[in-house]
Structures are given as structure tokens and as C-alpha cells.
Design a protein around this ligand. Structure first.
Ligand SMILES: *Cc1c(COP(=O)(O)O)cnc(C)c1O
Length: 371
């Protein structure tokens, strides 16, 4: 994958490759799997590269943003619809969201009051709710447990008494990286039933139920959440059911590649030391798993000295940072690996560069290649 363009880079190579055709194909695949009436937004925080945002703004119905910075990029990308969430919005961010015509997911009663005092006319908003129960298995649970996200169900009546805003629905994003499609479909059905019931109790004319993102991909096995259980979900008439996945749309459209600078064995372990590392691709370190790689062999070796190599053994792929935690992969088998070869980490298009600590040690950033 991408072997020729990676070999063509000045050595030592270090690059992210983002494939916009793959992004569009993925969005198309997700759309076909969702209920016909549903809306598909892309959660920008998974990958905020302008080329990625532009491709998915067009391929989806719009974008979900979580900061003023993402909002500005979404506006610049010409997104048709923008939804703005996040528990720590400033007045400036709220004003910018109102000006951009974004649908705001309000995360506390205090935020609702602030928004009402800022907006020139009463804005239409969704309340983000931290429901009891409704828990899905995944890497981060955001509801049904104490978190800074959303309003507790017991406080909804108080929220409804805030003047100067019009509540049109709920935002119920609950989990990241859920791998169980049937459980996800049950979660969505439960969100719809809860929303219809709660809207009736609170006197809301329900227009929007936003069930967030959280469609998972399994980095170890290469599989992804099965979306097919979502297809048959019945959406109540006049309700806009919004999905806003990030990872599932962007992960497979990105790869991170880095040249092997050195290969060495110490105390019985073999290390492939890369021109790159967790400061570019933090996800495996953040989650504590080994991200699989493939090898792009580079045959040229113009140097007079011997080429470090490893045959038929397990190697740890480690980065250029001065910390033993700079590890992307532990103990992956290689048939043959030489200094100068390039390791490619696939499925790196979501929560890769965007969540990494780029400035640590001040190495040069990777190249960004957009196809
Ligand atoms: C992060 C986030 C998403 C996207 O989550 P994924 O796990 O990447 O699908 C969607 N909505 C909200 C509110 C989020 O915070």
C-alpha cells in the first residue's frame, strides 16, 4: 500500500498518507448501512486535516465540531450542516457557532443560560444528556457514569425553564470504539424510545435525536463494527436521527509510515528504531496495544558499512523519542527487516496525528501526502 510514493520520498521517510477517495468510499458505505432517514455527519476531531474535512464535508451531510478551531475549519470547508458540542465552550465559541448557524449541543444548564444571553434571537438547541444506564462497551464510556459530558436527566426540567432558547432534541453520544453492531443498534433504538418519551414529558416538539459516534474498528484483527444491524432501525416521522462517527470514517483512509533508522538487540529483544514515533502516532501508546505494521522493502543501500538487519524474529517498532514508552508495536514477527526499509502503520487516519504530542523533542514533523 502506497509503496511507490513512500519509496520516492527523500530518505529517511516519515509521512502520513491520507487517501480522499478512500474517505469518500467509506462515507458512501456507511450511508448505505444507516436507516434511510438518518443524517450522517463526520466528527472532525478524529482528523482535522483540511483535505480530510473537505472530502468528508462533501461526502457526508455535514460536520460535527468540538471547538472554535474545528468550527472555523468546518466553515472554511463549506460544510452544509454543522453541529457543535463539547463541555467547555467559551462565549466566543458560542457566538461563532450561532453566527455560523450551527446546531449547538448544550452540555449544562449554565451553558444554556450563557447561550441565551449571547444569541440575538432564541437559538434552536439540543440538550446533551448523560442518561442513567444506556451504557455500551467500548474504550471510553461517556454516559451512565460520572463524566463532564452532558446534563443529568434529573436536571432536564430545570434546563427547560431557561428562557431564550428553543430545545428541539437530544444529543446522546455515549461511547468510543464499540465493536458490537447489534448492541449499537439496540443503543440507538433505546435512544429513540427514550427521546420520544422524555420529549413528551418535557413538552418538547422533538425534531432531532443525535446518537453520536462510536462505531469501532479493531486494530489488532483488522475487522470493524458490523453496521448492518443499524439498517432496519425505524425512525419516528419528523425526527432527524443524526449519526456522527469519526474513527470509522477516517481510520482506514490514513497510513503512517517511517523509515527504520537502526536495528539492534539488547537483553534479548530486537528493536527497529524509526524516524518517527508516538509524537506523530500516539494511539497505540495511549491505548496500550501493538499497532500492526507492514514492511515496504527498500533495496538501495548506498553506504560502505554493513546494513543492520533482522531475519525471522520478533521486533519492537520504537520511535525516536528518548523514552522507553515510545513504542508503536511490540513483538511483531518479521521475515526480513533492514535499516532503510519503511514500516507502514495502516488504519492511522483517525486519532493519529491529531492526538499526538508533536513538540516533544522537536523532531521534524512528518510529511503529509494527500491522494
Ligand atoms: C468524539 C465524538 C464523536 C466521534 O466519536 P468516534 O468514536 O470517533 O466515532 C462523535 N460525537 C461526539 C460528541 C464526540 O465527542
Amino acid at each position: 500500500m502506497h509503496a511507490d510514493i513512500l519509496r520516492a520520498l527523500p530518505a529517511p521517510a516519515c509521512a502520513y498518507v491520507y487517501d480522499t477517495a478512500a474517505l469518500r468510499a467509506r462515507a458512501e458505505m456507511v450511508r448505505r448501512a444507516l436507516p434511510v432517514a438518518a443524517s450522517l455527519l463526520y466528527a472532525v476531531k478524529a482528523n482535522g486535516h483540511p483535505a480530510v474535512i473537505a472530502a468528508l464535508a462533501e461526502a457526508c451531510d455535514g460536520l460535527e465540531v468540538a471547538s472554535g478551531g474545528e468550527l472555523a475549519r468546518a466553515v472554511a470547508a463549506g460544510a452544509e450542516r454543522i453541529v457543535f458540542g463539547g463541555p467547555a465552550k467559551t462565549d466566543a465559541e458560542l457566538s461563532a457557532a450561532v453566527a455560523a448557524g450551527a446546531l449547538i449541543n448544550v452540555e449544562s444548564v449554565h451553558e444554556l443560560r450563557r447561550l441565551a444571553s449571547i444569541a440575538p434571537t432564541p437559538p434552536r438547541v439540543c440538550l446533551r444528556v448523560n442518561r442513567p444506564g444506556g451504557v455500551l462497551r467500548g474504550s471510553h464510556a461517556m454516559t451512565g457514569t460520572p463524566t463532564p459530558f452532558g446534563i443529568e436527566e434529573a436536571q432536564l426540567a430545570e434546563a427547560m425553564r431557561v428562557p431564550g432558547v428553543t430545545v428541539i432534541g437530544f444529543h446522546l453520544h455515549a461511547v468510543s470504539n464499540n465493536l458490537d453492531g447489534a448492541a449499537h443498534a439496540a443503543f440507538v433504538r433505546d435512544c429513540l424510545a427514550w427521546s420520544v418519551r422524555t420529549a413528551r414529558e418535557l413538552g418538547i416538539a422533538l425534531q432531532v435525536v443525535n446518537v453520536g459516534g462510536g462505531f469501532g474498528i479493531d486494530y489488532l484483527s483488522g475487522s470493524s463494527m458490523d453496521l448492518s444491524p443499524l439498517t432496519g432501525i425505524a425512525v419516528p416521522p419528523d425526527v432527524d436521527l443524526i449519526f456522527e462517527p469519526g474513527r470509522f470514517l477516517a481510520a482506514d483512509a490514513g497510513a503512517y509510515a517511517a523509515t527504520v533508522l537502526d536495528i539492534k538487540t539488547t537483553h534479548g529483544r530486537t528493536f527497529a528504531v524509526l524516524r518517527g514515533g508516538t509524537h506523530h502516532f500516539r494511539l497505540p501508546a495511549a491505548w496500550g496495544y501493538s499497532h500492526p505494521f507492514t514492511v515496504v522493502p527498500v533495496d538501495e543501500w548506498p553506504h560502505p558499512y554493513p546494513r543492520p538487519s533482522a531475519e525471522n524474529c520478533l521486533v519492537d517498532a520504537v520511535g525516536e523519542l528518548c523514552t522507553p514508552r515510545d513504542v508503536l508495536t511490540r513483538g511483531q514477527h518479521v521475515d526480513s527487516l533492514r535499516a532503510g526499509d519503511i514500516l507502514v502503520f495502516g488504519r492511522a487516519g483517525a486519532y493519529g496525528w491529531d492526538i499526538s504530542h508533536h513538540e516533544f523533542l522537536r523532531h521534524d514533523p512528518p510529511a503529509f501526502l494527500i491522494r
